[in-house]
Design a protein around this ligand. Structure first.
Ligand code: DX5
Ligand code: ZN
Length: 221
């Protein structure tokens, strides 16, 4: 059985950018193990978020795992830049890489963790052969592009199927879920097999430290 520690990865897409450093510190002090950093290019997804300079400047605010989710076309062009900006884990979308194997290898070459993300409608077969080479698979539980959307229920079946695939091959790979995760549905996502939980609006709306602690309590139980 692939039993890994449950970790929280708050998505700073929902942060107040006028206080970004302060809020990243607050997540760290409240105990969140990862910081989820959503990079969007206005091509792969409709929206544009931020890039390397922002990551570089918040690197000084936290030693937690910087979990960089690249929602950009051909992310292979920027692996060196994101690794140098301070990423500990880079996740690329299978749908955005012409040569996924080459891009995953480029991430591993930087000595950091490599993840592959799948949009809701993308089948698991897109990662089947590369599974032994990756550290994490990110199952998008909404269509990527925006925070604050509702989880698409069938994506949890995909998490269950992926967990079965990973266990059948006796691999040690993290499963991350991203999009529409709340205090109400996080247990269902963990029961399906996810162990890295991204939450944006559910962490940043209201009291950040309190929301983080409430998530962590559920993740520990
Ligand atoms: C969506 C992003 C998510 C998003 C999650 O494209 O990848 O990380 O910020 O936000 P919530 O938790 O509000 O759905
Ligand atoms: Zn994300």
């Amino acid at each position: 059985m692939n039993r890994k520690m449950n970790c929280l990865s708050p998505s700073i897409l929902s942060a107040d950018f006028s206080k970004l450093g302060e809020q990243v510190r607050e997540l760290d002090e409240a105990g969140a193990q990862y910081v989820h950093i959503d990079v969007m290019d206005g091509m792969f997804v409709p929206s544009i978020s931020f890039g390397m300079p922002v990551i570089r400047s918040i690197r000084a605010c936290s030693d937690r795992i910087f979990d960089v989710h690249l929602m950009i076309e051909e992310p292979g062009r920027y692996i060196d830049d994101f690794a140098e900006a301070g990423a500990d884990l880079i996740t690329v979308h299978a749908e955005s890489c012409k040569h996924l194997d080459r891009t995953v290898e480029a991430i591993k070459q930087k000595g950091i963790l490599a993840g592959v993300a799948l949009n809701p409608a993308t089948p698991l077969s897109a990662v089947e052969y590369i599974l032994p080479r990756v550290d994490m698979v990110l199952i998008m539980t909404v269509n990527p592009g925006f925070g604050g959307q509702k989880l698409i229920p069938y994506t949890l079946q995909k998490v269950r199927d992926l967990k079965r695939m990973i266990d059948a091959e006796n691999l040690k790979i993290d499963i991350e879920v991203d999009g529409g995760i709340t205090l109400e549905n996080v247990t269902e996502a963990m029961d399906a097999g996810a162990n890295i939980i991204v939450a944006g609006s559910a962490v940043f709306q209201g009291d950040i430290a309190e929301n983080t602690r409430m998530f962590l309590d559920i993740l520990k139980s």
